[in-house]
Design a protein around this ligand. Structure first.
Ligand SMILES: C[S@@+](CC[C@H](N)C(=O)[O-])C[C@H]1O[C@@H](n2cnc3c(N)ncnc32)[C@H](O)[C@@H]1O
Length: 300
């Protein structure tokens, strides 16, 4: 789920599978019923997008449109707003944000290049409003207070667990602006050893996965943001599983662990907060000016 190596592998696997069709067993003439696991009434906005387009923009272990749709249900995005899509991968969520909410989006990512993203953005007719940026979330090239909102889909765990990160990121958001994250996480924190049934799939880097309660505490105690909400998707593990089965059916380790866990620990988590107007942020420190004064090294 988390390793960069999974990201590129999925599209090939899903191309092999395509979106096939099955024979409906109850129908006299055995009509073909299209199998379309990516269309579900639970995510009506996402269901408008072509499955081939979604599959060809896969950049991680989750359906970025489902997560973006779920996250934005808890945010207030208005036409013309400036949105930072942080860790946008190959940019599907950025295009979705523009098409669905008529916002301007700075589609920013580290592992995936901006050139491929720009092709996708142009083909979606969105290059006047979605701008591909190649940057590290810890070294962002934006002006203070520039954004009305930050959205981060299945990415924030890679850098945002740092206690100091929210202070850094909030600097780029206007006071009162929203910061929203959604992605794979835990339904409850794992305080002791990793449970037996997760061990076949677990990697050390998965220590970055956290529960909604953890994110609530992590952000609230900084005093930088006031929480709108932090919660867990109902049956999130089933959506996680459905997506894996659709795009990477040979990813047995992840599919098996999701089936074994059944949402006891694994699921989708989201959190939304607003930058407080009454808290002054610490300015970033990039250098401390000092002057050398020569002194004897030892006592005589
Ligand atoms: C699991 S992928 C998710 C991509 C996309 N948001 C999606 O949901 O399909 C994680 C993404 O986080 C991005 N990421 C990880 N560390 C980052 C960093 N330090 N700065 C910017 N992006 C980062 C990666 O480039 C990658 O695209």
């Amino acid at each position: 789920m988390l390793a960069p190596s999974t990201c590129g592998a999925a599209p090939q696997r899903c191309d092999q599978r395509g979106h096939g069709a099955t024979i409906h067993p109850d129908h006299e003439e055995k009509t073909l019923v299209p199998q379309d696991p990516l269309a579900t009434p639970l995510f009506p906005r996402t269901s408008r997008y072509h499955p081939d387009w979604i599959r060809s923009s896969v950049s991680g272990g989750a359906n970025s449109l489902w997560l973006t749709e779920w996250l934005t249900q808890a945010m207030t995005l208005q036409p013309g707003m400036r949105v930072l899509d942080l860790g946008c991968g190959r940019g599907a969520s950025s295009i979705f944000l523009h098409h669905e909410f008529d916002v301007q989006v700075w589609a920013t990512d580290l592992w995936f290049g901006a050139d491929e993203r720009l092709h996708r953005i142009r083909d979606a007719g969105a290059d006047h409003a979605v701008f591909p940026i190649h940057a590290d979330a810890r070294s962002l090239p934006f002006a203070a207070g520039f954004f009305d909102a930050v959205v981060s889909i299945d990415s924030f765990v890679y850098y945002g667990t740092d206690d100091l990160y929210l202070n850094y990121l909030a600097r780029f958001v206007r006071p009162g602006g929203q910061i929203g994250i959604a992605g794979a996480g835990l339904t409850q924190e794992i305080d002791g050893p990793v449970p037996e049934h997760l061990r076949g799939w677990w990697e050390p880097s998965m220590a970055c996965l956290h529960s909604a309660h953890w994110w609530h505490r992590h952000w609230e105690r900084s005093g930088i943001a006031s929480m709108d909400l932090a919660d867990t998707m109902t049956d999130g593990w089933k959506h996680w599983l459905a997506w894996q089965q659709a795009i990477a059916p040979d990813n047995e380790a992840e599919i098996n662990v999701l089936n074994a866990d059944r949402g006891r620990h694994l699921g989708y988590v989201r959190a939304v907060a607003r930058r407080r107007s009454d808290t002054a942020l610490d300015e970033p420190v990039s250098s401390v000016p000092v002057t050398y004064t020569k002194q004897p090294l030892f006592r005589t």
